[in-house]
Design a protein around this ligand. Structure first.
Ligand code: CTP
Length: 404
């Protein structure tokens, strides 16, 4: 499924971005992966072996001619006993040595001796990256099926701008997860954006308008989509649900913040709008706490104005519209009829229909009972009442099939 349980041999080379390897080690460990680190001499100028050893909870390997290491685990076994070798950051120097088979220290010797797949995350000055020599080496390595993550475009430590920045540790983790994802995962490599939970619309500094949504169904969908191989962005209103691992989580409070987070995270292949967005916000937010007894009136009247409709906005996008837009219809009366009118109004491709009358216990509860309707067909699919986790897996299976 992911990096969980996998053994990564991490080669840290000497670039200013080497410190970011610490963050990546933390992310891999948090996801249940194991890391054995090999450090080049130059890398120790940028990150201490002690920090790397502490975070990997493992011995550091750095010397080709260390007899103790050779007795414990020779460099040949070190190069083979892993599920993947990751070079991060990969300098122009190590890419050149890898391309030309130069083995003059432990790291380069391992890379020459290995039969494992190799992933590299290059980081260097833009001119060095764009230099014909480096680009030629990159071509050679790509032909040999070395996997490249980045580099990214951006500001560099040296003050220049361009391609050469190390990919973010989270993006490298995603690449690792994708590498280990089974080929048959139905959403492998797809970007799935999911909204979840309620929104809270502030009234004054201590009060808000909200609803009883827990976020459970949206979080379960994020987990199921991740397990199906997707890169998931979960945009959530206030929720106490445990955060699924290996998912990009963005926390928001209000509908407006949720809409801008969604827009900022496009493009997506699939967008699922499971959030119970507050339909209104207050017309005039009060900077001060509203007093119980106002001067002129005992009960304060609060004016509301409509919030943006996120699902409708995204469904109607002309450019950047996700290939598949999925909405949820929360209804308490004329459930199917209202949902059918809603799918036409909002123009999403699929609508997951919920009866959220209090007797069902669905909103805020652990179980769900859903029907699916489609914009372009009369077909109605019924799912039996089940846990929200189970319903999420069924929905993701359905969406995956739809998206083939
Ligand atoms: N939705 C949204 N933005 C809003 C309101 C709703 O994105 N401002 C989305 C929800 O995430 C859900 C779908 O629209 O996917 C339907 O939400 P629902 O609450 O059922 O419908 P409303 O649009 O609020 O209409 P009504 O309250 O009249 O039923």
């Amino acid at each position: 499924m992911s990096v969980q349980g996998k053994n990564i041999l991490l080669v840290i080379t000497g670039g200013i971005a080497a410190y970011k390897s610490l963050e990546l080690i933390r992310l891999i460990r948090k996801s249940g992966g194991h890391v054995t680190a090999v450090m080049t001499k130059a890398s120790k100028q940028f990150v201490t072996p002690l920090s790397v050893a502490a975070l990997t909870e493992n011995k550091i390997y750095d010397d080709l001619f260390n007899l103790t290491d050779e007795a414990e685990m020779g460099h040949i076994s070190l190069s083979r006993e892993n599920d993947l070798i990751l070079v991060m950051p990969a300098t122009a120097n190590i890419l050149a040595k890898m391309a030309h088979g130069i083995a003059d220290d432990l790291a380069t010797t391992l890379l020459l001796a290995t039969d494992s797949r190799v992933m590299v995350a290059p980081a260097m000055n833009v001119r060095m990256w764009e230099h014909k020599a480096t680009q030629h080496n990159v071509d050679i390595l790509k032909q040999r099926k070395v996997i490249f993550v980045g580099p990214e475009e951006g500001d560099m430590a040296c003050g220049e701008y361009g391609y050469g920045r190390l990919a973010e540790p989270m993006d490298i983790l995603t690449a690792l997860n994708q590498f280990f994802a089974p080929q048959d995962q139905i959403l492998r490599g797809k970007h799935v954006l999911i909204t979840a939970g309620p929104t809270h619309e502030p009234i004054d500094p201590v009060r808000f308008l909200g609803n009883i949504s827990s976020g459970k169904q949206g979080y379960a969908l994020a987990t199921a989509a991740r397990d199906a191989g997707a890169n998931v962005t979960l945009i959530t209103g206030p929720s106490t649900e445990p955060v699924p691992q290996n998912v990009k989580l963005l926390k928001v409070q209000t509908a407006e913040q949720m809409l801008s987070a969604v827009l900022n995270n496009l493009p997506a292949d699939i967008a699922i709008f499971a959030a119970a967005v507050a339909d209104w916000k207050v017309a005039d937010y009060s900077e001060q706490k509203i007093k119980k007894h106002a001067d002129d009136d005992d009960i304060k009247t609060i004016q509301f104005v409509e919030n943006p409709d996120i699902l409708k906005t995204i469904s109607k996008l002309v450019s950047n519209r996700p290939q598949l837009v999925v909405g949820f219809a929360a209804e308490t009366t004329d459930v199917l009829k209202n949902a059918q009118a809603k799918i036409k109004r909002k123009e999403c491709d699929i609508m997951v229909v919920n009866d959220v009358s209090p007797k069902t216990g669905i909103m805020g509860g652990d179980h769900n009972s859903v029907r699916i309707i489609n914009l372009n067909s009369e077909e109605i699919i019924d799912y039996k009442t089940a846990s929200k986790d189970k319903i999420a897996q069924q929905l993701i299976a359905y969406i995956g099939g739809f998206n083939k």
